[in-house]
Design a protein around this ligand. Structure first.
Ligand SMILES: Nc1ncnc2c1ncn2[C@@H]1O[C@H](COP(=O)(O)OP(=O)(O)OP(=O)(O)O)[C@@H](O)[C@H]1O
Ligand SMILES: [Mg+2]
Length: 323
C-alpha cells in the first residue's frame, strides 16, 4: 500500500515510529510537510496539479493519507479537501472538516452536545468582560477560561477563582484579541486532579486502542503530561469506551485521542478530542500503539467504506476518473 504521511514534524512526536510501523508491515511511505504543499486549480482543458516544494506531486497513486499536523492545520486541511474531492479511492485517516472541528474547543463542545454526549457547560462571548454578570449567573467560581480555537498543551487553560482574577484573565486575552470560552470547573473526584486519555482507532469499526489515566503533579490542577502529569494504563468502563468512540464518531474522526474528565460524582465528560496527540502514552500502555495504528489504518484503507460519500459525490459531479 502507498501511504502519504503528512506532517510538519517528521522527526518528532512519535512520527518516525508511526512511519516505521507502516514500513514494517510492507507499506511504502512518502513523508511530506503540508506547509510545502500547494495546488493549482485548473480551468477547462487543463489539469489540476499538486506540488511539494514546487515539484509536481502525483497524489493519485496513494491509497492512504495519514495526517499528523501540529502547525498550519488550516492550510493542511485545504489541501486535504482537494485530495478528498478529487480522489475518492484514497482513504484519509482524518477528514479535514473533522480536524477543523476538533481544533476548536467551542465547535467540539457544540457538536458533541448535539450528539447527546456529556460536555462541560460552556459560555462563549467575543467580549466576555462586558458580560461578567452572565458568567456569574451561570457558573460558580472557580471557572475555567481557555482559548476557543486551537490547543496549547495546557498553557492557555486557566482557573479563575475570583471575579478579579477572571477579569484580569479576560482582559489579557482581549489585548491579544484571542477568543476564549468559559467552562465549569470539575473538582477532582480523588486526591489529585486526573483525567483520561483514550486513543481511538478505526478498522472494521471503532475501537479503543489504548487508554491511560493522567494524574497531575502534586497539587497542579492540570493533567497534561507536558505539565508534569504522570500517565498510568487503565481499562475504561464500557460506558466510558462508548463515550470516547461516540465522541470521535460525532466529530467525524476515525483516529483521535479523546480526553475525558470525571466530575465530582464520577460521571465522565468529554474535555476534548485531539487529532495530533502526544505519544507519551506509548511508554505507559502495553500495546504497541504505532503498530496497532498502522495495522488498523491499512485495514481501513482496504475497505470501500474508507471512501466518504462526500468524495464519491464530488467525483461524480466533476467527472473525475477515480481509479
Ligand atoms: N473544566 C475543567 N475542569 C477541570 N479541569 C480542567 C477543565 N478543563 C481543562 N482542565 C484541565 O486542564 C487541562 C488542559 O485543558 P484542555 O485539554 O482543555 O486544553 P489543552 O490541553 O491546552 O489543549 P490541547 O490538548 O488541545 O493542547 C486538562 O487536561 C485538564 O486537566
Ligand atoms: Mg488537552
Amino acid at each position: 500500500m502507498k501511504v502519504l504521511f503528512i506532517t510538519n514534524n517528521k522527526d518528532g512526536n512519535g512520527n518516525p515510529k508511526y512511519i516505521e510501523a507502516f514500513k514494517r508491515q510492507g507499506d511504502e511511505v512518502t513523508t511530506i510537510n503540508h506547509q510545502s504543499l500547494s495546488y493549482y486549480l485548473a480551468q477547462e482543458n487543463e489539469h489540476d496539479h499538486f506540488y511539494h516544494n514546487g515539484e509536481r506531486l502525483s497524489v493519485r497513486s496513494f491509497n492512504l493519507v495519514v495526517t499528523r499536523m501540529g502547525q498550519d492545520v488550516l492550510h493542511g486541511c485545504e489541501v486535504l479537501r482537494l485530495i478528498r474531492e478529487k480522489y475518492p479511492h484514497i482513504s484519509l485517516v482524518q477528514d479535514p472538516d473533522a480536524i477543523l472541528i476538533a481544533r476548536s474547543k467551542l465547535e467540539t463542545s457544540r457538536v458533541l452536545r448535539l450528539n447527546g454526549l456529556p460536555v462541560a457547560r460552556t459560555y462563549y462571548d467575543a467580549e466576555p468582560r462586558k458580560r461578567i454578570a452572565i458568567i456569574e449567573n451561570k457558573f460558580n467560581y472557580p471557572v475555567i477560561v481557555k482559548t476557543a480555537f486551537g490547543g496549547s498543551q495546557g498553557d492557555d487553560v486557566h482557573i479563575c477563582r475570583t471575579r478579579e482574577v477572571l477579569e484580569a484573565r479576560l482582559e489579557a486575552y482581549e489585548r491579544t484579541n484571542e477568543k476564549v470560552i468559559i467552562n465549569e470547573y470539575f473538582k477532582p473526584s480523588e486526591d489529585k486532579a486526573a483525567d483520561i486519555r483514550a486513543l481511538i482507532h478505526y478498522s472494521d469499526g471503532y475501537q479503543v486502542a489504548a487508554s491511560m489515566k493522567r494524574i497531575a503533579k502534586d497539587d497542579n490542577w492540570k493533567t497534561n503530561i507536558s505539565q508534569g502529569a504522570e500517565g498510568v494504563e487503565i481499562e475504561l468502563t464500557e460506558s466510558e469506551k462508548e463515550i470516547c468512540i461516540n465522541a470521535a464518531e460525532a466529530i467525524g474522526l476515525k483516529y483521535a485521542a479523546v480526553d475525558l474528565i470525571r466530575d465530582e460524582n464520577g460521571n465522565a465528560k468529554v474535555l476534548e478530542v485531539n487529532t495530533n496527540w502526544g505519544v507519551k502514552i506509548a511508554d505507559v500502555v502495553k500495546v504497541d500503539i504505532y503498530k496497532e495504528y498502522a495495522k488498523a489504518a491499512r485495514e481501513f484503507a482496504g475497505k470501500v467504506n474508507g471512501v466518504s460519500s462526500y468524495a464519491v459525490a464530488a467525483a461524480k459531479h466533476f467527472g473525475y476518473v477515480t481509479a
